[in-house]
Ligand binder design. Structure first.
Ligand code: MG
Length: 259
């Protein structure tokens, strides 16, 4: 199932894509477990409208985005960095959220703004102290993300809040794909249609279930919260006027411009 969040006739909806139609709903769908099998249900479905009549927004509204610092073997090797023994975490505020097709704002304070292609896990059910064995039961699905980073500001503070937190620095989308095995997906970043990052989620140091187990021991993950799983090698700067695209196998393409 593909889940979107969209504007239709000046109102905001969630929806599921059915061929070239969208079944609209006011709420994020619920995860229910029946006979040990996960089911995703929209409880209040409304109109069925053409996909071409809706305007896509970011597919969920996280209360927090938990991001993983160094989580790709190829990225660590490229920079000669030690593989971390536990995930390096930071948070992006909800005000960084940006929908597909919308402009990333180049902040006045920075002189180097980088793209980072990332597989993004969308949580669908309140998760606290979850064993990795059951972690995927709490996942609504996956989307593409760009962990936009003001690279020149990253070393300045000794931690990453400033570099990662400018408004519009978290494009997500275009939708949430629910039927996907996250363990081996091709992931790419294009800058002005030129491939810059090419890797696979099979290079993740900490996989999706172990990230959920670790993070949910620290903080409760709410429905709609996201985990940005880290970026592979090949990060680089964007300029005003550029277009950037994050493509993940089985999900699709998230495109944004820089202004
Ligand atoms: Mg990142």
């Amino acid at each position: 199932m593909r889940i979107i969040r969209c504007i239709y006739k000046d109102a905001i909806y969630y929806g599921r894509i059915e061929d070239d139609l969208v079944v609209l709903s006011k709420d994020l769908p619920q995860i229910r477990i029946h006979d040990k099998k996960k089911r995703i249900d929209f409880d209040r479905e409304e109109a069925k409208v053409p996909f071409s009549s809706v305007y896509l927004e970011a597919p969920c509204v996280p209360t927090k985005a938990v991001c993983v610092g160094l989580n790709y073997r190829d990225h660590a090797e490229e920079f000669g960095l030690k593989i971390p023994s536990s995930p390096v975490l930071f948070i992006k505020p909800s005000t960084t959220l940006l929908g597909p097709g919308k402009p990333i704002h180049y902040p006045r304070l920075s002189k180097q703004v980088d793209y980072e292609a990332e597989l993004v896990v969308v949580i669908g059910k309140t998760a606290k102290n979850i064993d990795a064995k059951y972690a995927l039961d709490y996942v609504l699905g996956y989307t593409c993300g760009n962990d936009v980073t003001a690279r020149d500001l990253q070393p300045k503070d000794g931690q990453w809040t400033v570099a990662k937190s400018f408004d519009t620095f978290m494009p997500l989308g275009p939708w949430i794909e629910t039927d996907l095995d996250p363990s081996s997906l091709k992931l790419k970043a294009y800058l002005n249609n030129e491939p810059k990052q090419v890797s696979s989620t099979s290079n993740l140091i900490f996989d999706v279930p172990s990230l959920i187990e670790y993070i949910s021991q620290i903080m409760t993950l709410n429905p709609g919260d996201v985990i940005m799983t880290g970026t592979p090698s090949g990060v680089g700067p964007m300029q005003k006027g550029d277009s950037v695209c994050i493509e993940i196998e089985g999900i699709g393409r998230l495109e944004n411009t820089i202004e």
